[in-house]
Design a protein around this ligand. Structure first.
Ligand code: PEP
Ligand code: MN
Length: 266
């Protein structure tokens, strides 16, 4: 179902009531926001800035898949409610992660796009459950997933009747240790050759380092990605998760202008 042999034209995902579009190659979708929703004040401060700079989608984690069980796990339901308020106020559509069957039900109620994280890319029961919903599903590439495995994760969602799948490259584990992960931009044209599904690039988790996020975002647009997902924080030194890779709202604004210039020449 994910294959171009079955469907030649690009899948385009629209969001009724907005001009937000993901896929189709004519539009760069911008997903921005903090790693985690920490407080109402924090989330609104960031949301207002990224909306003003032109983001169509707001991201923020309410359920966080943290490496340590003692690290901040997210605000849960309260985080979802804050994001719903942000949608009302800014018009941005909401993308947030479900980490299991239980949180999936809550995410479906509040969000516009269900995110399946890298660590769950081969959680086949969760993928099938997301496939039973009728909300778009963003599947992040597992940190050791091949192209084939990545596409099969999308296939799991689609096999249950949900064809609104968005792929997201977020970096893979390699021997290179100058970045948190190695952002594999070559997967963008590879996906586009084999599949009609849209693909976004996340240079934040892809590099783990603030000073590398904007250059890789530019490269992602240049290579033909359908959009980017980027972590933004107004006080990254105080962030409860992923502060070192979160860019400042001012950097985000400059980046948006640069991405527009790059998209123009494509
Ligand atoms: C995230 O987007 O905040 C996240 C946890 O990403 P990943 O699943 O790619 O690590
Ligand atoms: Mn993060």
């Amino acid at each position: 179902l994910a294959s171009r042999d079955v469907k030649q034209d690009d899948t385009v995902i629209r969001f009724p009531g907005t001009d937000a579009v993901i896929g189709g190659g004519h539009h760069i979708a911008i997903v921005a926001g903090p790693c985690s929703i920490e407080t109402r004040e924090q989330a609104f401060a960031i949301a207002d800035k990224v909306a003003a700079a032109g983001a169509q989608f707001f991201r923020g984690g309410a359920f966080k898949p943290r490496t340590s069980p003692y690290a901040f796990q997210g605000l849960g339901l309260e985080g979802l409610q804050i994001m719903a308020e942000i949608r009302e106020r800014t018009g941005m559509r909401i993308i947030t992660e479900a980490i299991d069957a239980e949180t999936l039900e809550m995410v479906v109620e509040y969000a516009d796009v269900i995110q399946i994280g890298a660590r769950n890319m081969q959680n086949f029961s969760l993928l099938k459950k997301a496939g039973k919903t009728r909300k778009p599903v963003l599947v992040k590439r597992g940190m050791s997933a091949t192209l084939d495995e990545f596409l099969m994760a999308a296939e799991y969602v689609m096999s249950e009747g949900n064809y609104q799948v968005i792929l997201c490259e977020r970096g893979i584990r390699t021997f290179a240790d100058h970045t948190r992960n190695t952002l594999d931009l070559s997967i963008v044209p590879a996906v586009q050759r084999l599949s009609h599904l849209p693909i976004l690039v996340d240079p934040s988790h892809g590099t783990g380092k603030r000073n590398k996020v904007v250059p890789l975002a530019r490269a992602a647009v240049a290579v033909g990605a359908d959009g980017i997902m980027v972590e933004v924080h107004h006080e990254p030194e105080k962030a409860l998760s992923d502060g070192p890779q979160s860019i400042y709202p001012e950097q985000f604004e400059t980046m948006m202008n640069e991405l527009e210039q790059i998209a123009k020449v494509l």
